[in-house]
Design a protein around this ligand. Structure first.
Ligand SMILES: O=P(O)(O)OC[C@H]1O[C@H](O[C@H]2O[C@H](CO)[C@@H](O)[C@H](O)[C@H]2O)[C@H](O)[C@@H](O)[C@@H]1O
Length: 294
């Protein structure tokens, strides 16, 4: 990983031509740039209990510095939007008055201007799956190995706290696929989590819509998990359409997921690395943003 120095601290340099071109565009036209960020594993450190996750303090400070200088900062997360807002402290941070949070992989949209969540009606398969889950886990002898996260529009089964998290994850994969299919849902696999959620939306669809709303010319997307791959693909399409649009793919690196690192233009060491990147980027951007869509 190369670096560009400015004052004391260094700005990490992407390892690809596309990434370097995107970083140049971001610095030249910040008011046409969208900065899009995953929450868990990217803005927040991974912790054993999902309810304990909080935005890294340096990440929140960096977003505060960056947000007034770019067209939009948006958090794109598998969490319910209201949970990400709470755990991120996004509704009480000066400088983030125009933040948008796309929750449930884009099914929910919260914005800091209206402070409301827009969302479709809940899918009936979620409640039905939740009702069946305890007996499915009992039959597999995996009740003790799993923790159920009720998310409203989805239900997630975590195995991080099992004695062998990978074995528990593997054992649950096929039965939870079957349960989801029975109720018209899909399974979204993540870092020791299998999430049963409605089909038809993903982070790529959500990000593409957001880029269109802001008429973006450049995008920086940072993520750490499999659920971020559709957003990576959306950025790849965005920057390959022949109109000169650019995109920088950032992987918040971990030993648990390797798929993103191979596709990224820049790999940084987890949430502290993401925070450092955003801090150094903000320090190099001039002035206030011109574009201010809700
Ligand atoms: O799209 P994201 O913002 O990355 O959210 C994806 C899932 O993240 C959460 O689970 C992950 O983080 C937990 C807290 O660090 C960790 O314990 C777990 O092992 C990770 O998979 C969250 O609980 C899920 O609801 C999200 O879908």
């Amino acid at each position: 990983m190369g670096t560009q120095t400015h004052g004391g601290a260094a700005l990490p340099e992407p390892s690809t031509d596309a990434g370097r071109e995107a970083l140049r565009s971001v610095r030249e036209e910040p008011h046409r740039t969208v900065v899009a960020l995953d929450f868990d594993g990217t803005l927040a450190e991974i912790v054993p209990n999902p309810e304990d996750a909080r935005a890294h303090p340096d990440a929140r400070t960096a977003l505060t510095a960056l947000a007034p200088k770019v067209a939009s900062v948006v958090v794109v997360t598998g969490r319910p939007a209201a949970v990400a807002v709470e755990y991120g402290g996004f509704d009480r941070t000066p400088g983030l008055e125009h933040l948008v949070v796309l929750g449930h992989y884009g099914a929910e949209r919260w914005d800091a201007v209206t402070r409301t969540v827009q969302a479709p009606a809940p899918h009936p398969g979620v409640a039905a799956s939740l009702a069946e889950l305890p007996s499915v886990l009992d039959e597999l002898g995996r009740r003790e190995d799993s923790w159920i996260e009720e998310k409203g529009r989805a239900v997630a089964v975590h195995t991080r706290r099992a004695s062998d998290p990978a074995a528990a994850f593997d054992a649950l994969r096929t039965p939870l696929d079957a349960l989801a299919t029975r109720h018209g849902l899909i399974v979204e696999p993540g870092r020791y989590v299998l999430e049963l959620r409605p089909p038809g939306m993903d982070k790529g669809v959500a990000l593409t819509d957001h880029l269109r709303r802001y008429d973006a010319r450049s995008v920086l997307y940072a993520g750490d998990d499999l659920g971020d791959l559709p957003a990576f693909a959306a950025v790849e399409r965005f920057r390959a359409d022949g109109t000169g649009r650019t995109g920088l793919l950032v992987c918040s690196g971990s030993t648990e997921v390797t798929e993103l690192a191979t596709r990224a233009d820049l790999v940084v060491p987890g949430p502290p690395g993401v925070a450092a990147l955003l801090t150094e980027l903000a320090a190099r951007l001039p002035g206030q943003s011109a574009a201010r869509l809700p």
